[in-house]
Design a protein around this ligand. Sequence first.
Ligand SMILES: Nc1ncnc2c1ncn2[C@@H]1O[C@H](COP(=O)(O)OP(=O)(O)O)[C@@H](O)[C@H]1O
Ligand SMILES: [Mg+2]
Length: 302
Amino acid sequence: MTVKPTTAPAAGRTRERVVTMRGIGKRFGAVRALTDVDFWVDAGEVVALIGDNGAGKSTLVNLLAGVHTPDTGTIEIGGAPAEIGSPADAQAYGVATVFQDLALCDNLDVVANLWLGRELVSGRALDEVDMEQRTWTLLRELSAKLPSVRVPVASLSGGQRQTVAIARSLLGDPRVVILDEPTAALGVAQTAEVLNLIERLRERGHGVVLISHHMADVLAVADRVVVLRLGRNNGVYDVAEVTSETLIAAITGASDLARPTRTEPHRSVTEDPADVRDGRTATITPIPRRTSPRPPGRGGRS
Ligand SMILES: Nc1ncnc2c1ncn2[C@@H]1O[C@H](COP(=O)(O)OP(=O)(O)O)[C@@H](O)[C@H]1O
Ligand SMILES: [Mg+2]
């Protein structure tokens, strides 16, 4: 069995639901990367997506990014059915993804990286002044600290490079920003910078999906935590009410039996005005024990 949304939370929820994925299944040949997964993100919400290597995190967000298409299940963006067949589709739907490798051009400066492929032109020339001004405006909005926007990104720190990649993802004014392990390679100070940046994204009203292995980061910045294990939902938690021990137990499967979790209904915001705590929406239900767990060790892509 899998974790099924049962009750509607939503009471009192005024935020728009920007992404709803229901019953998502995805296979790669014999590998079942995802089975019956439910996932949702509201505007102005940071959702951490966590799980062991191979749990299906990247596959799930790749379905939103248009890298893969689901075998089963449905995706809604902004309340309407979405068929995301390509990265260009994802962009059109307002889904921006910052992949782990950042895909920056090291030899180009910050402005050039931000506007690569969507350069502003004035007459027949690039409008460098406008692009530079808009770059600074965006960086200021993000409270991002960069020494200059006219240095090659190769000369920037890891945190600053992450900042550039995130800023670039915002140019199309996306509804959802997906960050795959943004702090994986960063030191303490740079991690703090990126976490601040994530808070700015939330303030700007973007829905944020944060894939992370770092419990401290997750607990520091996320509003809600979604755990995947072996390609299935294994719990949804309000960060205000969860400990890292509980999350680790959900990741490893130590908590497969009758652990309280928050689950989400698929109902509209107007339903079920009960179940609201602290302005957040919450429903406690035990997770049914899976009857046929899959063996671990399905490979280590992450
Ligand atoms: N393109 C692919 N081809 C074949 N198998 C894949 C592919 N992408 C992911 N997988 C498999 O799907 C499972 C989930 O992988 P992934 O989504 O990368 O997990 P995570 O990001 O949580 O580490 C793993 O068993 C992985 O080996
Ligand atoms: Mg991954």
